[in-house]
Design a protein around this ligand. Sequence first.
Ligand code: FAD
Ligand code: NAD
Length: 479
Amino acid sequence: MSDSYDVIVIGAGPAGYVAAIRCAQLGLSAACIDDWCDTAGNPVPGGTCLNAGCIPSKALLESSELYARMQHGANAHGLHVESMSLDLAAMMARKDHIVRELGSGIVTLFKSNGIDWLHGRGQLLPNRQVRITRADGTQQLVSGQYVILASGSVPVELSAAPVQGERIVDSRGALAWSAVPSRVGVIGAGVIGLELGSVWSRLGSAVTLLEAQESFLAMADRTIAAAALKLYRAQGLDIRTGARVLSTQDEEGAAIRVAYQDAAGDHELAVDRLIVAVGRRPGSDGLATAEAGLLLGEGGFVHVGEHCATNLPGVFAVGDLVRGPMLAHKGSAEGVMVAERIAGQHSSVNYDAIPSVIYTHPEIAWVGKTEAALRQSGIEFRSGTFPFAASGRARAMQASDGLVKVLSDARTDRVLGVHILGAQASELIGQAVLAMEFGASSEDIARSVFAHPTLSEALHEAALAGSGHAIHLAVPRQR
Ligand code: FAD
Ligand code: NAD
């Protein structure tokens, strides 16, 4: 095994391992250093996304949604489930199996691309040298013509609710409970809070979410956020906004008592398990020695320019470690861009067309600007919306909740944003991403032919609605 490489990547999450593979594809020798181990202490690639994020959460969201649908949705189809039981251990085992299989897939990709996967904690030294400290304390020095930092992020801690054991957990702990708690509290009604809150609520827990902000899902379109809040509450999620957590008291063997304050005064919430989901911060602690001189910006994010170059020559940083949304696909896109730029290409990432998805039921997905952002920038726009209640396919699927909203420039008609609340919004948004990548106008979408009956027709109708031509709206909302 060599000690010097064209490219050394620190971190084997979706930003790092994808960067390493793209480097290898371009003929560069690459090593990928990572310190993640499974519960048995074996090194596993894939980072947060595969091991404690995107994939395990989606596995549990799928299982729990199936459970909820069999209980509450089947009757409408004339299907009466006489008796059903929940085998949580089997559900968790399925999730763990998916994670393991995908992890093995990455190991195979490393091997087939000739990438050295080095286990341990990497630290950047001056002149693109990297010190690797293994779990047993032994060390190794490697050096690269280029270094890509991709050490991801870690959960933000809350002094009022320190994570401990199985009872007060972050998202990782909440993906591995061995029994369904009667009462679950969640601090933070953001993406993780809503996804994991949904999982445990569907499995039978009474779930209460305490959100500090007055406004719900501040980053989402306002119409969508308001409609989603109503639906989530109807599903049984007790979402309390404007709630500032003051302290927690964990009485072992009894309840966890969460003291919080809102506009109405002081309150106490008693729960059996508590999830702290108040955001994530970049994993830049100890990533570089002081002598290396790596510049960090606000909040500990590694400071980078448009193309992810740091202040140090030949050193790049990608993924959750740098500015922008903390999303796996954003990190992977940056990893590819950096690899290609190292190889002399002129790649870039279109940050205006990165989709966001919240995998609740129904799902929320969007790409581009919200109405509020457009107003703030003084851009005049047209808005067309279409409800899934008017979609034949959505009705057939028992998925008539939600809507599609298409925002386009009032002058040029170019699509500026698409916002979806509805079944399979995560898949539908891909069409909007393509439209935006190709600089489509809403008329381009409106003049395209979509298969019938499909959920995609709602995107078509929303594009038509922008100019008052939606076919299946009795009263066009805009003219
Ligand atoms: P990470 O995936 O965090 O990987 C970094 C890797 O580097 C880790 O293995 C870490 O152990 C390792 N590392 C850190 N420091 C060092 C070091 N010094 N030396 C060696 N190794 C080091 N995003 C989505 O797009 N879709 C989703 O559905 C989604 N769901 C999520 C659900 C949950 C519960 C969570 C917590 C996150 C979710 N995310 C989702 C966010 C997503 O996981 C992250 O955006 C993504 O993992 C970031 O990728 P990354 O490669 O930058 O970092
Ligand atoms: P988030 O930023 O989505 O939500 C955190 C929420 O906690 C916010 O609404 C915030 O106002 C609230 N909050 C902060 N401090 C609080 C306090 N003291 N008391 C009560 N509420 C408080 O962060 P997250 O849900 O922790 O997720 C972290 C990151 O992981 C996100 O950036 C997200 O992009 C990513 N992620 C993505 C997905 C996905 O793509 N589907 C899923 C999970 C996580």
